[in-house]
Write a protein that binds this ligand. Structure first.
Ligand code: PLP
Length: 396
C-alpha cells in the first residue's frame, strides 16, 4: 500500500492527479448533462463530434440489434463472435477509405497498439519513422515491437527526409503519423509525407481518429481532404468519435489486413465488439454520409467559438481544425479554471501532463452540431470572467 500511495502522492504533488467528473448524460438533451444531481451543465469536451451517440436513429439501431442479436457477441471473431453486422461494417469502412479490406478492433487504442507491434515484429530489419507528437497507443505499439525506431520532429518533413535518406531503399520501413493531431488540432502535411514515402520506398500508416467522418468529401478523413487516400498504406480509425459509439479499425490492402487478422494478438485473443455497437456504428456511418451538413454545422460552430474567444482575448493555439486548445500552461490553474467553469454550468476537462507536455496544460474544447449559438456566447462570457481571475495568477 505504501509503495502505491507514494506514487500517487508524487502525482498529486505534480498537480496531475486526475479527478473524473461524473455526469448523468441526457441522450435527448445533449450536450446538456446533470452534474451530481444538482445542476445542469453543457459538455464542451466530448469527442462525440457529430453527436451521433445521442441521436434517436443510432439509439434505435442499437436497440434493434440488442433485441435481435442479444447483448454480447459471444466470443472472439474466430469462435462464434463474427456476425453479419461485423462483416458489413468492415466492408463499409474499407469503402469509406477506398481500400480493399478493413478490420475491427475493440478500440482505436487497441487497433494502433496491436497493428504496429505486429508489423514491427514481422521482419528483422523493420524500421518505424514516427512523428514526435504521435498518440500513446502508437508509441506503445512501436515500443512493444522492439523494432528500430526513429522520431522526426513534429510535422517536419525536412527532418523526416533526412532520416529516410539514411536508410537503404530495400529496407522495410513505415512512416507513422496522425492526420489531425488530437491535442493541438493541427493537420499533418500528408501530401509531402506520401511523396517522401514514394521517393524513399516507405509504407505510410496514418491515424485518422480525429478526422474520419469530418474531413474529405465523403468523410474519409485527412487523406481524402488532401487527395492522397491511395498513397496511405494503412489507415487507422475509431468508431468512438465522429461515429459516436466505440471500437477501432484499420483499412488497407487485402494482404496486409489478412496478415494482421491472422497474427495480431489483441485482434485474435479477445471477444469481438457487441452487435449493438456495430449496428450503431453502421447507422452513424450511413447518416453522416447522407447528411454532410452535420460536419459543416459542427465546423461552423467551432469557427464561431474561435472568433468569440479571439475577441475576448483568450489565448488559443492557432488550430486550423475543429479542435480548440485554450492554453493555460499551469496544471493547478488549469484545474481551477475548469472548476470555476463547472460552477457556471460549463464542463470542460483540464488536460494536463502526460497527455500534453508540461507548461502547455490546457482546456480542449470540441463542439458538436448540437451546441447552439446562445450556448457558445454564454460560454464566452463565462470564460471571460474566469480568465480575469486565472490571468491575474498567470501574471504573478
Ligand atoms: N489515436 C488518437 C490520436 C487518439 O486521440 C485516441 C483517443 O483519443 C486514440 C487513437 C484511441 O482511440 P479510442 O478512443 O477509440 O481507443
Amino acid at each position: 500500500d505504501s509503495f502505491f500511495a507514494s506514487h500517487i502522492q508524487r502525482i498529486k504533488q505534480e498537480k496531475r492527479y486526475r479527478i473524473f467528473i461524473d455526469l448523468q448524460h441526457k441522450a435527448d438533451a445533449f450536450p446538456r448533462a446533470r452534474h451530481q444531481n444538482k445542476h445542469d451543465v453543457i459538455i464542451w469536451c466530448s469527442n462525440d463530434y457529430l453527436a451521433q451517440g445521442h441521436e434517436p436513429h443510432v439509439i434505435q439501431a442499437m436497440q434493434d440489434a440488442l433485441r435481435n442479436y442479444g447483448g454480447g457477441s459471444g466470443g472472439t471473431r474466430n469462435i462464434s463472435g463474427t456476425t453479419d453486422l461485423h462483416v458489413q461494417l468492415e466492408k463499409r469502412l474499407a469503402r469509406l477509405h477506398n481500400k480493399q479490406a478493413a478490420l475491427l478492433f475493440t478500440s482505436g487504442y487497441v487497433a494502433n497498439e496491436t497493428t504496429l507491434a505486429t508489423l514491427g515484429q514481422s521482419h528483422p530489419h523493420w524500421a518505424f519513422i514516427s512523428d514526435a507528437a504521435n498518440h500513446a497507443s502508437m508509441i506503445h505499439g512501436m515500443r512493444a515491437a522492439k523494432a528500430e525506431k526513429h522520431i522526426f520532429q513534429h510535422n517536419d518533413t525536412d527532418h523526416l527526409e533526412a532520416i529516410l535518406a539514411t536508410m537503404p531503399s530495400d529496407k522495410p520501413k513505415m512512416i507513422v503519423c496522425e492526420s489531425v493531431y488530437s491535442m493541438d488540432g493541427d493537420f499533418a502535411p500528408l501530401k509531402a509525407i506520401t511523396q517522401l514515402a514514394q521517393r524513399y520506398h516507405a509504407l505510410v500508416y496514418t491515424d485518422e481518429v480525429h478526422a474520419v467522418g469530418i474531413y474529405g468529401t465523403n468523410g474519409g478523413g485527412g487523406a481524402e481532404k488532401e487527395g492522397v487516400m491511395d498513397a496511405i498504406d494503412i489507415v487507422q480509425g475509431t468508431l468512438a468519435k465522429a461515429f459516436g459509439v466505440m471500437g477501432g479499425y484499420i483499412a488497407g490492402n487485402a494482404q496486409i489486413i489478412d496478415f494482421i487478422r491472422s497474427t495480431a494478438p489483441a485482434f485474435i485473443f479477445t471477444t469481438s465488439l457487441p452487435p449493438t455497437v456495430v449496428a450503431g456504428a453502421l447507422k452513424a456511418l450511413d447518416h453522416i454520409r447522407d447528411n454532410p451538413h452535420l460536419r459543416t454545422r459542427m465546423l461552423d460552430k467551432a469557427q464561431r467559438m474561435k472568433k468569440n474567444l479571439k475577441q475576448a482575448g483568450i489565448p488559443m493555439l492557432a488550430s486550423p481544425s475543429h479542435i480548440i486548445p485554450i492554453i493555460i500552461g499551469d496544471p493547478s490553474l488549469c484545474t481551477q479554471a475548469s472548476q470555476m467553469l463547472l460552477e457556471k454550468g460549463h464542463y470542460v476537462q483540464p488536460v494536463n501532463y502526460p497527455t500534453v507536455p508540461k507548461k502547455t496544460e490546457r482546456l480542449r474544447l470540441t463542439l458538436t452540431p448540437k451546441h447552439t449559438n446562445a450556448m457558445i456566447d454564454d460560454f464566452t462570457h463565462a470564460i471571460t470572467h474566469v480568465w480575469k481571475t486565472i490571468g491575474r495568477h498567470l501574471k504573478e
